[in-house]
Design a protein around this ligand. Structure first.
Ligand SMILES: [Zn+2]
Length: 174
């Protein structure tokens, strides 16, 4: 039987990247009081979630015009991932749902499984959060994703942590 975990409600939701520039690992972390659930995610998955969420929230707003607009504001120091960083699994699929009666967005996260693995054992985590919690996480996630590697002041290309073959310096390693 597959493991399914509902965090309802999420008291804090965030994403963050840890590691050297160019080799960062991204995480999603949901809190329920003092308990945390941490998952490994790809940068691109956070970016597409952020795009998909805006569309999703716009549709909710259209259907329920009386709802207050979700806030995207966050405090950076509260968005940093908290230890223990002990990921439950690597994210395969991210989906969005909406509980109209409670005005809660559910972030449905399915485990990434290999072709040989049994799909019935795929674990699922559902983070039930406010529209503002998930929107703030996505805005912060876009900011984290954009930070990435430092830009070379000579040529404007991103620099790798191992060094950079700058075309403006005839390929000499800086
Ligand atoms: Zn350069």
């Amino acid at each position: 039987m597959a493991e399914e975990l509902d965090i309802r409600p999420v008291t804090h939701l965030t994403t963050d990247a840890i590691g050297q520039p160019g080799k960062r690992i991204f995480y999603i972390q949901g809190w329920h009081e003092s308990r945390t659930v941490t998952l490994i995610v790809e940068k691109i998955q956070i970016q597409s979630l952020a795009v998909g969420l805006e569309q999703f929230l716009a549709e909710i707003q259209q259907k329920y015009p009386d709802l207050a607009e979700a806030s995207s504001e966050y405090e950076e120091e509260k968005m940093r991932i908290s230890p223990p960083v002990d990921p439950m699994f690597r994210v395969g699929e991210l989906g969005l749902g909406y509980d109209e009666d409670n005005d809660l967005v559910v972030l449905v996260i399915k485990e990434q499984i290999g072709e040989e693995e049994d799909a019935e054992n795929m674990r699922i985590v559902r983070f039930w959060c406010s529209r503002s919690q998930v929107r703030a996480m996505c805005h912060w996630g876009m900011e984290v994703a954009a930070r990435g590697r430092p830009i070379c002041p000579q040529c404007g290309e991103p620099m790798d942590p191992e060094g950079h073959f700058c075309p403006k310096k005839n390929g000499h390693k800086e």
